[in-house]
Design a binder for this molecule. Structure first.
Ligand code: PLP
Length: 399
């Protein structure tokens, strides 16, 4: 198949849920992708914050080779070493967490966390404590429970009725949170740094207020770190610098080095309310994917690696602030932390994204007027310079 054949067959055979650009990526190396014409792109999307170690990491390749023979899948009916070892590693790296449930994606981790919140409330408090509080600008996935707690109407409204019992309040509004988190609430789900919704960063006061209100009514606080977790912001967990800990945390995107895996971390008090047979999965926590994830997680959790993310992330933040100073009418605001950055523009984010493709730069969007940069965490300072040069040209071309 030529690239043109791939593009026309895509239009004929794949469900048209994505608007893809007119090139076909064939190869990746480090932070670069190459299309069928040999054009090179600096990748600031990383498979939507998944490919934290870039393309062709030798340790990931070795882990895949080492575990490719035999036990790819076993099911959760039997004990298996890699899943237990990964759970132990995750718990040891997370001060407040005691146990882990593995699944296959972000949305599935969110579904599990919502179910566990309802289960906990019913176990401890009986009937009637079933409301989930979620926030403006949130994104938690595309399944019926996850869209029910996702703010954007477009993702939710066409599929109604979705899961009932959700109360939305404004993000970073502590007073609204205090009023909304009442005795009927079993769970509060929040992204410490919002991803798809526009890269807004939670204020310390807001997360503290959520923690206090959840404690007051014994609601479970769920941090969705599917996008912002695992080193993305320069600390292993995005919530670490806040000094506020949740009761449950969902993770997924980068954990498997590109293989599908999600996980829910939880405190013992939550785990105690979940009983044999309450929840399950066929594929979740399989030996192959958890063995590879162990390699990925250990590499990212290394303090030297995290120090690199902080350094390059700060550098990217400064470079974007300089860009805003140089183009104040085009760049309205820079958001985010570490290597998770949003650029609010005066114009169409998809137009700038297309223009960036022409410059050899892949960027994502987060809404109609926010550009999103979530590059591989191995990005270098020189590559930040390259990204800013290309982005500047794309902004000029699109405006
Ligand atoms: C991507 C994402 C999800 C959904 O993950 P999927 O693997 O696409 O189901 C949920 N929450 C956040 C914060 C995400 O970024």
């Amino acid at each position: 198949m030529t690239a043109a054949d791939v593009i026309s067959a895509e239009q004929r055979y794949l469900l048209q849920t994505y608007a893809r650009p007119e090139f076909v990526i064939e190869r990746g190396e480090g932070c670069y992708l190459y299309d069928s014409e040999g054009r090179r792109y600096l990748d600031c999307v990383a498979g939507i914050a998944v490919n934290a170690l870039g393309y062709g990491d030798p340790d990931v390749a070795r882990a895949i080779r080492d575990h490719a023979n035999g036990l790819i899948h076993l099911s959760n009916l039997y004990h298996s070493r890699p899943a237990v070892e990964l759970a132990q590693t995750l718990v040891n790296h997370t001060s407040w967490a005691d146990r882990v449930f593995f699944c296959n994606s972000g949305a599935e981790a969110v579904e599990g966390a919502l179910k566990f919140s309802r289960r906990y409330a019913r176990d401890i408090h009986g009937e009637g404590k079933t409301t989930i509080v979620a926030f403006s600008g949130s994104f938690h996935g595309r399944t019926m429970g996850a869209v029910a707690v996702t703010a954007r109407e477009k993702y939710r409204q066409p599929f109604e009725p979705v899961m009932p019992g959700v109360r939305f309040i404004p993000f970073n509004d502590s007073a609204a949170a205090a009023a909304a988190i009442t005795d009927d609430v079993c769970g509060v789900i929040v992204e410490p740094i919002q991803g798809e919704g526009g890269l807004s960063v939670a204020t310390p006061e807001f997360l503290r207020a959520l923690r206090e209100r959840c404690d007051a009514v014994d609601a479970l606080l769920i941090f969705d770190e599917i996008q912002c977790g695992i080193g993305r912001t320069g600390t292993l967990w995005a919530h670490e610098p806040y000094g506020v800990a949740p009761d449950l945390m969902t993770i997924a995107k980068p954990l498997g080095g590109g293989l599908p895996i999600g996980a829910i971390l939880m405190r013992q008090k939550v785990a105690q309310a979940i009983h044999t047979g309450d929840h399950g999965t066929t594929f979740g926590g399989g030996p192959f994917v958890t063995a590879v994830a162990q390699t990925v997680f250990r590499k990212i959790a290394d303090p030297t690696f995290l120090a690199h993310v902080r350094e390059v992330g700060d550098y990217l933040g400064e470079a974007l602030a300089d860009l805003q100073a140089a183009r104040p009418n085009v760049v309205l605001e820079v958001r985010g932390r570490g290597l998770m950055r949003g650029v609010v523009i005066n114009g169409s984010s998809s137009a700038v994204r297309e223009a960036a493709h022409n410059e050899g730069l892949l960027i994502a969007t987060a809404g109609d007027d926010v550009l999103r940069l979530v590059p591989p965490l191995i990005l270098t300072r020189a590559q930040v310079d390259e990204a800013i040069e290309k982005l500047t040209r794309a902004l000029d071309a699109a405006s």
